[in-house]
Design a protein. Structure first.
Length: 654
């Protein structure tokens, strides 16, 4: 296969925005499309290799898998091996257990399935996962397994059938992807069937170059055509990088912009065109040559930096780490990738032996991490185990974790058959249950909590890609069940409502109304809808009591507390100044100040903050478990200290 420097340059265009996107630079919010560029390139190159060998009668399935093992595994195993000591030193047991699972999943080419099962791709917590980026390798490895078998099956059919099969697969895959983007966005992002059309674009281009180029080029032979279409392709990729963000359904028809753009560059750019010469420059081609290793190194660097720091590292740190990824990539390319790809240095038997041995070693480590709960008996500086420290981060699910997510009247989710207090809202309401019961163990409560779905009867948030319109409809269905139950139930006298509320008021968010309209979130609408909900509760004879979200500074306070105790630092390092409360929480407080004019509102910052600072702990007890929720222990301590029950039923005022 003839070397094309512009393809390596295209790899550089793909890997740079991916790295800067994972580093958190807002200018590259669409940098994730670099992975889609890689998929098209991979579809083109792999199909070219296989079909060229088949055309010459020299294709061997064993040799193909050998090439893939030489290309992928040595650098991958190096990065996994280099990550181990840092994981041991810096990961708390739950993170270490997740990391152990990823070792096992990467070794079995299934990390896309693991991360789909865990938390999906989007969300800040994923920035702490050193091997999150290997999901795309798993997709490609699954493709490498199935695609050669498919081509072997199709080879003896007429050539037009093969091209037709590529186009049919692409069409079906794209249609499925479009549907899943709205209904199953996480699965859509991670799975091969909804990514297959991107690979099929590259495969179709390879078929064109091998079997149809001469016939088609008679129609598109003008140099200006190559110049214009190549430039359009580059513009489409750059546009997607800067215009897209995580709210764009992905993959979907939107993904045609960077993928078709990539296809245009492969088709029409060459050393004779401006775009081809630009991409083929020594700098871009050189970056492209080491792009695989750069892609491997960047995410562990970022994740371990986040794990090591008590707060989110700033942009200068991530810029330095982004730059550091490239010398590391060059070294691993020169001393690992190149030697292992040289057949004279390592035989086929050696490659497969090393591949199997490495996989078994990482699988064994992964299983050990799983069965020891992330090696939780490791010791902190004060001599306590990490297990005991992490136990302070136990989530405040309320009466039972099974009470969260779907409407239920289970006896596990109430303390009485005739509950007096309803705790209604999302996870910010859920974490108040322990506090209420700690202040009065005999309180008659029932909880109705659904993540992100706040206590509004007739409006629900849409937050793409994780909470699409279909999810919002489910939220409205949930709140309607709450309404119906309350109208039929006469024992409830008080309703405790809580939420971050930002999903209903923050600029840029989208809301679904019960009448089916989709509108932009805004403060006036949120006030109107919430006061209507509160008024309806009062018409039922129920007294609503609204609790604010806790004060936070945007950092993961639970992680800060646990790492501070692990390393022997004072927990006071995690406290923050009152004027550092995050803009999201401050906006929520402004919303509640309006509600407070006519309804009972409890501001939790009154309990935790003074003029100087906001507390994150009481003695050695953690109040927070993450960046916005109380721990089970912290909720109970606050509830008992400030008598949550008395506040709710009016026996105490603030």
């Amino acid at each position: 296969m003839k070397y094309r420097a512009e393809i390596d340059g295209l790899r550089a265009v793909a890997v740079l925005p991916v790295i800067l996107f994972h580093a958190g630079f807002e200018q590259f919010n669409g940098g994730f499309v670099g992975v889609d560029v890689f998929f098209v390139i991979s579809g083109y190159l792999i199909t070219t290799i296989i079909l060229s060998d088949m055309e010459q009668g020299s294709f061997s399935l064993v040799e193909f898998y050998e090439r893939r093992a030489r290309r992928i595994l040595p650098a991958l195993y190096l990065v996994m091996l280099a990550s181990l000591p840092f994981a041991w030193m810096w990961l708390m047991p739950s993170d270490m257990k997740n990391f152990s699972h990823s070792l096992l999943a990467v070794s079995t080419f299934s990390s896309n399935l693991l991360f789909l099962h865990e938390t999906g791709y989007w969300g800040e917590i994923n920035g702490f996962k050193p091997l999150l980026h290997t999901w795309s390798l798993a997709v490609e490895e699954q493709y490498y397994f199935f695609f050669p078998l498919f081509l072997m099956l199709m080879w003896k059919t007429p050539k037009r059938w093969m091209l037709g099969s590529f186009m049919l697969v692409a069409a079906i895959s794209l249609l499925v992807s479009q549907w899943m983007a709205a209904n199953k966005p996480s699965a859509n992002f991670f799975l091969l069937p909804t990514r297959a059309w991107e690979l099929a674009i590259g495969a179709s281009i390879a078929f064109y170059f091998l079997f149809r180029r001469r016939a088609v080029r008679t129609l598109l032979s003008h140099k200006y055509v190559d110049e214009v279409l190549g430039a359009i392709g580059l513009f489409m990729i750059v546009y997607a990088i800067y215009a897209f963000d995580e709210t764009v359904p992905f993959p979907s028809v939107y993904t045609l912009i960077p993928t078709v753009g990539t296809g245009l560059i492969i088709l029409f750019s060459s050393p004779e065109t401006l775009v081809g010469r630009l991409l083929g420059t020594r700098l871009l081609a050189g970056i492209g040559m080491i792009s695989y290793s750069a892609y491997l190194w960047h995410q562990p660097l970022f994740a371990f930096a986040r794990q090591r720091s008590l707060v989110e590292p700033g942009e200068p740190v991530f810029l330095v780490l982004s730059i550091l990824a490239f010398p590391l990539a060059y070294l691993s390319w020169k001393f690992i990738e190149k030697p292992f790809r040289t057949k004279g240095l390592f035989s086929r038997k050696a490659i497969f032996t090393y591949a199997l041995a490495g996989a078994l070693a990482f699988i064994s480590l992964g299983m050990a991490g799983h069965f020891t709960d992330g090696f939780s008996n490791r010791l902190a500086k004060n001599g306590t185990t990490l297990r005991s420290i992490e136990s302070k981060l136990k989530a405040a699910y309320g009466l039972s974790r099974s009470c969260v997510g779907s409407f239920t009247l289970s006896p596990h989710c109430r303390t009485s058959d005739e509950p007096e207090i309803l705790i209604w809202g999302d996870s910010i309401a859920m974490h108040l249950v322990q506090g209420i019961l700690a202040s009065n163990p005999d309180a008659r409560v029932i909880q109705m909590n659904k993540y992100v779905c706040g206590p509004f009867f007739d409006v629900a948030p849409i937050d793409m890609p994780k909470y699409p319109v279909s999810w919002a409809r489910g939220c409205l269905d949930y709140t309607e069940k709450v309404r119906t139950w309350l109208h039929a139930n006469t024992s409830v006298k008080y309703a405790v409502l809580s939420s971050p509320f930002t999903q209903y008021i923050f600029k840029g968010r989208i809301l679904l109304l019960r009448n089916g309209d989709i509108v932009d979130a805004n403060l006036d609408l949120a006030v109107s809808e919430f006061e209507r909900t509160l008024g309806e509760l009062e018409s039922m004879g129920i007294t609503p009591v609204v609790f604010s979200p806790p004060p936070t500074n945007g950092s993961d306070l639970g992680r800060c507390l646990s790492h501070a105790q692990w390393t022997g630092l004072s927990l006071d390092v995690c406290d923050f100044k009152a004027d550092e409360i995050s803009p999201e929480v401050s906006e929520s407080y402004r919303f509640l100040d309006v509600i407070k004019k006519h309804h009972h509102v409890i501001r939790l910052d009154d309990f935790l903050c003074d003029d100087a600072s906001c507390k994150t702990h009481l003695g050695q007890d953690f109040i927070y478990r993450d960046k916005g929720h109380f721990s089970r222990e912290g909720s109970a301590l606050l509830g008992k200290t400030h008598d949550f029950y008395g506040i709710i039923v009016g026996k105490q005022t603030r």
